[in-house]
Design a protein around this ligand. Structure first.
Ligand SMILES: C[S@@+](CC[C@H](N)C(=O)[O-])C[C@H]1O[C@@H](n2cnc3c(N)ncnc32)[C@H](O)[C@@H]1O
Length: 298
């Protein structure tokens, strides 16, 4: 796969997960906001005496965030880890040569402790961005993130809460209906991923992290919406409406009217549309047991 010539203008959709196209559109629509979010998060992490940070971007997908992390500070060294070879091939292909000394992508199944062990305590900061929802064993993944982190380092999970991710200028009844139908259609184990930020504190604490903090980031847009935003919203709502397993024909028609790009009152077509996209990041510190027990002894 890594040796194949992939088309330059698009991901090899046939080999990537179904959600890959939507993620790519999201990155394009919010590239500047996402970069600023990462800059702010890195400012919250202690800087090692040596200067730059060793950073892991686990479940890195196409490497979009790994590249940003390397670009933000020329002293950072970043490793993107993922289990999907097709995604890793795209990540390597799309990473500029100027970053190659500080950015690499490696295959690693984070749920296989013996695979992840070669990176044990190798990083000052360990990110997992928008991936919890697609990985079932949240506790297992968080344990591995902590294992990869150096004592005193920081683990950061960023996720949306699907009950409160998009606030737009559509009728409130439409939003209530969408969330009710989505929630009712979820199996029990999927509920944690759907609304991860509110479960995060307990999960991160049981993985051994301390000093948990939450940061939220809002990306605001007012109409007329630009094409990258419209492309992402269209894909996002088409997918969410297609995936509904609940609801009467009338309820589905009501959702389609306001939220589907082909709907007669599709909110994003209005030049006066408003949208806020809300993301949560949860940060936890890996205790430095040796240093902290020394402090107590004093
Ligand atoms: C929703 S994507 C997010 C990708 C990327 N973080 C982003 O935001 O663009 C989830 C990623 O998790 C990866 N993944 C799933 N299970 C994994 C595992 N056990 N070990 C490593 N990566 C895994 C998938 O291959 C996929 O790239």
């Amino acid at each position: 796969m890594a040796d194949e010539q992939l088309p330059n203008d698009r991901l090899p959709d046939d080999r990537l997960p179904d959600y890959a196209h939507c993620l790519q559109l999201q990155h394009a629509a919010f590239a500047t906001d996402l970069r600023e979010m990462l800059e702010d998060l890195l400012r919250a992490c202690p800087e090692p005496a040596s200067g730059g940070r060793e950073i892991a971007d686990i479940a890195c997908g196409d490497g979009f965030f790994s590249r940003l992390l390397a670009e933000i500070d020329p002293r950072n060294r970043v490793v993107g880890l993922d289990v999907d070879e097709a995604y890793l091939a795209v990540a390597r292909r799309d990473s500029p040569a100027r970053l190659s000394a500080r950015l690499s992508f490696q295959n690693c199944d984070l749920l296989e402790p013996e695979q992840a062990e070669r990176f044990a305590e190798a990083f000052d900061v360990v990110f997992c961005i928008d991936s919890l929802e697609s990985i079932e064993d949240h506790a297992g993944l968080l344990r591995q993130m902590v294992r990869l982190c150096r004592p005193g380092g920081v683990v950061i999970v960023t996720e949306t809460d699907n009950l409160h991710d998009l606030i737009g200028s559509w009728p409130p009844e439409t939003e209530n209906l969408l969330h009710r139908l989505e929630w009712e259609g979820l199996a029990d184990q999927e509920k944690e991923g759907y609304a991860f930020p509110r479960y995060a504190s307990a999960l991160l604490r049981s993985a051994g992290l301390a000093d948990l903090t939450v940061r939220s980031y809002t990306f605001d847009r007012s109409g007329p919406f630009d094409e990258p935003l419209k492309a992402w919203l269209g894909e996002q709502f088409r997918e969410r409406l297609d995936n509904l397993s609940r609801g009467t024909a009338a309820e589905r028609a009501e959702l389609r009217r306001h939220l589907h790009p082909a709907g007669e009152d599709y909110f994003a077509n209005s030049p006066h549309a408003l949208l806020t996209y809300l993301r949560f990041c949860i940060l936890g510190r890996k205790p430095d047991v040796a240093a902290e027990s020394h402090e107590v002894a004093w």
